[in-house]
Each structure stands twice: as structure tokens, then as C-alpha cells.
Ligand binder design. Structure first.
Ligand code: ZN
Length: 243
């Protein structure tokens, strides 16, 4: 069965009430529009967070907002097909307005889950997470970032093995590994084995715009395990919040 029945924007009021009466949770998936290398779609972060939120709603209950494709800018903000926000105030205003409306509908828990985890994105969300409980709200807020699962076997990256693995598990049709040069003929040329260095920001590099370990080392078993580990952690955090 698909997850369409868990996507808020597709539902009529009767369906929304029926679902939220069982479990009053709304998930808000966040992401970005960014260059992720030749093999990945620019909206990866949002599609990954949306996919994970839908799985969580299916398992724990609740409904999922459409993903936000606007995220905070960072050091890769100038890369091609990268469209990010320059102001924290713009970003937070959208999230705040969403949270305030959900609270007005008596939602008990909002889960903000970000698939985009640049420094400024995380700092803005951290501020929100700190401020929210200090204000008087009836709705609880849980803020999570995909790169913060302590049990994950891979470190969060940008278009590299971590992001490639998760998207390939969630949307195999959206990953086109054959668009990257063949690994044997064109191995990653990382000085001192550093896959995060400035050379990866050089448009002439084989893995231009990919920060982290070579995505061509993709392994289906490891990717499956990574997805499961992150889902288990996500579920635990949501269940803790509704206790
Ligand atoms: Zn990404």
C-alpha cells in the first residue's frame, strides 16, 4: 500500500479528523533545492525527509504536510541549480506560521524533520526548538535532523554515500548512478583521502558538488541498514514525545 492516505494535502476534512483523532501528530518535512552531483535530483533532501515522515506516520500514526523545498543557504549556495534562502527570518516565518495554524487546529504534537542539515539550517531550527517551549503553547514541538541519529553507520553528507543510500532506498527510480563517470576509469581523486576538501567544489572534479565518501561505493545492504537504523531512531524519538 502507498502512503497517499497519510499526505495531508490529499485528504478531505473527514479523513483528517479520523486520522488525527487516533494520533494527533503532524509531521513537517524540510529540505532544499541543491546541486547533489550528476546522479541525484536537486530536491533530494525534501524527498528523503518526506519519505521518512510518511513511514513514521504509517507506523506511529499522524499525518504529513507537503515537504518544504526551501532551506537555509550555506557554503554551496552558489552551485548550479541550488536555490536556498538567504535569511533565517524568511525560513522561520514559514515554519512558525505553519506551527501556529496546526496549534489552532488542536494538534498535540508537531514533528519538524529536516533532510537538509547545513549549519545555518540547523542553527535556525535549534533556536526555534529552544524558544518554542518557553512560549506558552498547547502543542508540543519535536525537531529532528536526519544527520543526528547517533546509531547511524554513516555520517551525514552532501550527495555522497549517505544521501545517495537513503534516496535510493526510498525512491530507487530517482537515483541515476550511471550518470557519474565509471569508478575504475575515474576514481575519486581525493588528496590525502579527504572526501570533504575544497577540490570537490571545483567544477572540473569528477565528483563536483559531492561532499563525502564516493557514492559509487553504494551497497544495497548497507543502505537498507542505514534506512532502518534512522527509522528506528525516529520512531523512538516520536514515541518519547507522546508519552
Ligand atoms: Zn542533500
Amino acid at each position: 500500500m502507498g502512503y497517499e492516505h497519510l499526505q495531508l494535502e490529499r485528504l478531505i476534512p473527514e479523513q483528517i479528523y479520523a486520522s488525527l483523532n487516533k494520533r494527533s501528530i503532524v509531521y513537517i518535512p524540510l529540505g532544499a533545492i541543491e546541486w547533489h552531483g550528476l546522479h541525484l535530483p536537486i530536491g533530494l533532501d525534501s524527498m528523503t525527509s518526506h519519505g521518512l515522515c510518511l513511514r513514521m506516520a504509517d507506523k506511529v500514526g499522524g499525518l504529513v504536510m507537503p515537504p518544504l523545498y526551501y532551506g537555509m543557504t550555506g557554503s554551496i549556495g552558489h552551485h548550479p541549480w541550488t536555490i536556498l534562502l538567504e535569511q533565517e527570518s524568511t525560513f522561520l516565518a514559514i515554519i512558525r506560521d505553519t506551527l501556529n495554524r496546526l496549534e489552532a487546529f488542536d494538534v498535540k504534537l508537531a514533528v519538524v524533520f529536516t533532510g537538509h542539515f547545513g549549519k545555518r539550517q540547523l542553527a535556525a531550527l535549534e533556536q526555534l526548538n529552544k524558544d518554542w517551549p518557553r512560549e506558552s503553547h498547547s502543542m508540543k514541538l519535536l525537531v529532528l535532523s536526519i544527520n543526528q541519529c547517533p546509531e547511524a553507520e554513516m555520517k551525514g553528507d552532501h550527495g555522497a554515500i549517505f544521501e545517495t543510500s537513503l534516496l535510493k532506498q526510498l525512491h530507487p527510480d530517482l537515483v541515476q548512478m550511471d550518470k557519474l563517470p565509471h569508478q575504475k576509469a575515474f576514481p575519486a581523486n581525493d588528496p590525502d583521502g579527504d572526501s570533504w576538501g575544497p577540490h570537490r567544489r571545483d567544477p572540473q572534479n569528477i565528483l563536483f558538488g559531492i561532499l563525502g565518501d564516493d557514492p559509487r561505493d553504494y551497497d544495497d545492504k548497507k543502505a537498507q541498514k542505514l534506512l532502518k537504523t534512522i527509522c528506528d531512531w525516529f520512531e523512538k524519538r516520536v514515541l518519547e514525545s507522546i508519552e
